[in-house]
Design a binder for this molecule. Sequence first.
Ligand code: NMX
Ligand code: MLT
Length: 433
Amino acid sequence: MGLKEVLKQKIDAHRPRTTKLLKEFGNVKLGEYTIEQCIGGGRGIKSLVTDISYLDPMEGIRFRGLTIDEVMTKLPKPDGKDYPYVEGFWYFLLTGDVPTKEQALEVVADFKSRAQVPQYVFDVLRAMPRDEHPMTLFSTAILVMQRESKFCKFYNAGFNKMTAWDSMYEDATDILAKLPEIAAYIYRMKYKGDTPIAPDYSLDFGGNFAHMMGIKPPYDDVARMYFILHSDHESGNVSAHTTHLVASALSDAYLSLSAGLNGLAGPLHGLANQEVLSWIQEVYRKLGGKVPTKEDLVKFLWDTLNSGAVIPGYGHAVLRKTDPRYTSQREYCLKYMPDDELFKIVSMIYEVAPGILQEHGKAKNPWPNVDSQSGVIQWYYGLTEYDFYTVLFGVGRAFGVLANITWDRALGYAIERPKSVTTAMLEEVAGIK
Ligand code: NMX
Ligand code: MLT
């Protein structure tokens, strides 16, 4: 049975659970919330549902119930490679089943059949100013393809809530299959003297991406690892929430993903990995072009905090422990690039920053998140243009958010529309005269 048929069975089996919760238990309370939560970005308010991933504050992310290590171990891999097929991971995110290698290869073949990027996408990218941020180029490329949307055509032909997931799934898969070429094209156009490399459809998602970037193995494995690690972080983060919010208006996957990526492009979210690298480069430059001493580094961290800036790559809205995505990438570095100077600085920051942030006393989580490790690996493999890093995050994140909005349509989730209040109303509730 192919991915779509398996997905249909899963959807049919899941729907009665959602219906029962809504119809019979709709009044059950999930919690209470405070004025601080209302003004403070909704922290801790449970108002989203997803089965694609769950973020425990102490343990970190699980994808469909599996830890990162379990995903990397259990999912099928290309021969001779250390990291799983990204296409097999898509199967896993959508269905919750670990695919066989044969099932993963069916998805590889399906992606290939959808991979051709329309010429007008390249034309639009080429017409944009070259100094445009790569995230703006990336988000625009996806938005401009909206005319291809099967979901939109389905809606215009007479919408049916029960089958809407089908065309959302089609759009999601069409988009994902095209992302490696779009991302690599932006990179080669902007940074490599406008020398795009043609796709090699004999390769899988990670392999073809590395090929089109012009970076040799093991960068293909780095790409597989990177896309899987960045795919999903439950539903409340800015990119996932935005994609879900926009899709809840029955906007198609092109409109929704493009919007989500615009959120990812913010410095407190995905852009933090670019910020980490530019900040580390500054440490390196200011402290004499070598690995700094601990004392120098401590001073630099305090200078950053005292200037009113955040330490990029540290802290998290939900996590209260080192991000396992950080640990996973750190393990990669310890194995393949232990003597790299930038990695040494990253490791030294890990030794001193948590203590400094605790002493500073503001951040609720003094531990590193995914962004403080990811750029260093890219840099090591020659991808030194760090304003491109969030595009890599975006390719990965697309898998999670597109799996989510496919399930949103399968389960008929409502248009999102929380209630707002005025400051005067809050003052009244607080008893302020
Ligand atoms: N450096 C300095 N101050 C910090 C940091 C940090 N790394 N993290 C949090 N704080 C401050 C924060 O600015 C806030 O200050 P104020 O009261 O003056 O507004 C205070 O600590 C409380 O913030 P928290 O409740 O701990 O964090 P919040 O949930 O609001 O924000 C982040 C979470 C991730 C936005 C925040 O920790 C941060 O800005 N980190 C640096 C940027 C970063 O690494 N972002 C990447 C997130 C992961 N991703 O992949 O998207
Ligand atoms: C993410 O991967 O989306 C980030 O860690 C931010 C978050 O979860 O809020």
